[in-house]
Write a protein of this length. Structure first.
Ligand code: FE
Ligand code: MN
Length: 450
């Protein structure tokens, strides 16, 4: 009897798989969230977590930070704990992370990260789902810092990624793509998640850096059609999550940031009823959309959790309205620090601390590039400083995706006037484009479903 029921179970589970070429998809999703519930979902990205065991905070680490792009790597541990505290207080049903979980794919950073996610799930009841970003896999830049020196650190393979993050998507998936680390998760009867691996990491070793570009292969696109078909049968909405941009977000960032086959992928997503995608990678907050006939798809690029102003997204799904609402939320580092009696004043007053260190980094980088540019040798030191100051001010709004409230003030400044009369070049174009970003809301979105 025992043997028979086991055989019957195997037979039934085989029946439950529908083949399409070499792809298979199960027909019977198990929903952990009660049927018909409204949902609250946290969406974050580009945490770039660096294990504390990989840095002593010494000279080599400080040098790396000074040449970096504003990630608060010094406070990786605290950023994760503060985020977990927000999750614990607000108890979202689901927490999504769209890649670049680690600084440069260090094995120890991944192991620590999985530990944080496990604690987050058990303290809040949230369900965490992750996908990798271009920095997370087979990364030749994986390193540790000690004193004056950097040392090579172990990175991880895609197979290892699947294993480390088994409890955060891979073991719970209804279907896994055979050609990438993409999977379909079905946490609720109403809302499914298409977690897409857009990374290209196979040539990282030869390139000696993590490949920036992303795309989805034609076999992954076929698999998406299967996922879409099943969701339609079951009456579920699918939301997409990917690391690279689905759509261009700014004239300043597209090559290497938007997936190479943006047109094809947008078509495939639209024909499967997928009209909302969350991405990361560009480290700025920006919402763009693409229209095809009467249909429209949105790509919400969230800014990096590790970079000022340290915000993340909150999405709610209303069953009655059949609609998604998205808005950004600040990370409450100060609340976490107060609740845990953290003595470090930088953490007690994290927003001003991080804002000024981000501003300083942005100023220093711009000033350095100006002094190295031969077209600008005729300018005095105070003039170059005024010009660098313009970039610093424009960057703050650009990264946050917020309206430039003080734009008139910036454009009437001496530094901006110097830029206007400066000789043509890429730095000048950059500044003019930063000042003329399209004025749109990148922090809110409302999507209704038919
Ligand atoms: Fe990143
Ligand atoms: Mn990235």
């Amino acid at each position: 009897m025992m043997a028979f029921s086991r055989i019957a179970a195997v037979f039934l589970s085989l029946l439950a798989l529908v083949s399409c070429g070499d792809q298979q998809i199960e027909q019977h999703p198990v929903y952990r969230i009660q049927a018909g519930s409204d949902l609250k979902i946290f969406v974050t990205t580009d945490i770039h977590y660096l294990s504390k065991s990989l840095t002593d905070g010494g000279a080599a680490f400080q040098r790396d930070l000074a040449l970096g792009d504003g990630k608060q790597l010094r406070y990786s541990e605290e950023l994760m704990k503060a985020f977990a505290y927000d999750v614990q207080i607000q108890k979202p049903d689901i927490t999504l992370i769209s890649g670049d979980l680690t600084n440069n794919g260090e094995k120890q950073s991944h192991l620590d990260m999985a530990g944080h996610l496990k604690a987050m799930e058990s303290s809040s009841g949230t369900q965490v789902y992750v996908i990798p970003g271009n920095h997370d896999l087979l990364n030749p830049w994986s390193k540790s810092f000690k004193g004056q020196h950097q040392y090579k650190a172990d990175s991880i393979s895609p197979k290892k990624f699947r294993k480390i993050y088994a409890p955060f998507g891979y073991d719970e998936a209804l279907s896994k793509d055979r050609h990438s680390l993409s999977y379909l998760a079905t946490p609720s009867d109403k809302l499914w998640l298409l977690m897409l691996d857009t990374n290209m990491y196979r040539n990282n070793k030869e390139l000696r850096h993590p490949q920036l570009e992303g795309r989805l292969s034609s076999s992954t696109l076929k698999w998406i059609d299967q996922c879409g078909k099943l969701a339609k049968q079951k009456g579920a909405i699918i939301v997409g999550v990917m690391h690279h941009s689905l759509l261009d977000h700014s004239e300043l960032m597209h090559d290497g940031f938007t997936i190479q086959n943006t047109q094809k992928v947008s078509e495939v997503l639209l024909r499967n009823g997928i009209v909302t995608v969350f991405s990361g990678h560009i480290h700025i907050q920006d919402i763009s959309s693409y229209k095809q006939g009467t249909e429209q798809i949105y790509d919400v690029a969230n800014s990096a959790l590790s970079v000022y102003p340290h915000q993340f997204g909150i999405m709610t799904y209303s069953n009655a309205n059949h609609a998604l609402d998205f808005s950004t939320s600040p990370l409450h580092m100060e609340l976490w620090a107060a609740a845990h009696r953290v003595a470090d004043p930088n953490l007690q007053h994290f927003k001003p601390y991080s804002g000024s260190s981000f501003g300083q980094l942005s100023f220093n980088g711009s000033y350095r590039r100006l002094t190295q540019n031969l077209s600008y040798t005729k300018y005095t030191e105070p003039q170059l400083q005024a010009m660098a100051n313009v970039i610093q001010r424009l960057h703050k709004n650009f990264f946050a995706g917020s309206r430039v409230e003080d734009l008139d003030d910036i454009t009437s400044s001496e530094g901006y006037q110097l830029w206007l009369t400066a000789p043509p070049g890429s730095q000048k174009n950059y500044v003019l484009q930063l000042a003329h970003q399209r004025d749109k809301d990148n922090q809110h979105l409302h999507v209704t479903f038919p």
